[in-house]
Design a protein. Structure first.
Length: 77
């Protein structure tokens, strides 16, 4: 159980996987950010906690995309 988690953590910073994951995170994260925080941004009601939540909004699609690429690469081996 520890090795797959260690390998996944290494995949999070793998240059071969990062570009695609960053592109996906930028698009999907932006859509999710607008859905969840767009009104607060427009109304000037973004708090520190909302900005932290907004930042995490981009990390989730990044991690999910890396996971998909990691699993796909693992199955090909």
């Amino acid at each position: 159980m520890v090795k797959p988690l260690k390998d996944y953590c290494a995949a999070l910073v793998d240059n071969d996987l990062m570009l695609t994951a960053l592109k996906v995170a930028a698009v999907v994260g932006s859509v999710l950010f607008l859905i969840n925080h767009g009104t607060a941004v427009v109304q000037g009601k973004m708090t520190r906690d909302r900005w932290i939540s907004g930042f995490l909004t981009y990390l989730v699609p990044y991690g999910v995309n890396i996971h998909g690429q990691y699993i796909s690469r693992s199955r090909k081996r």
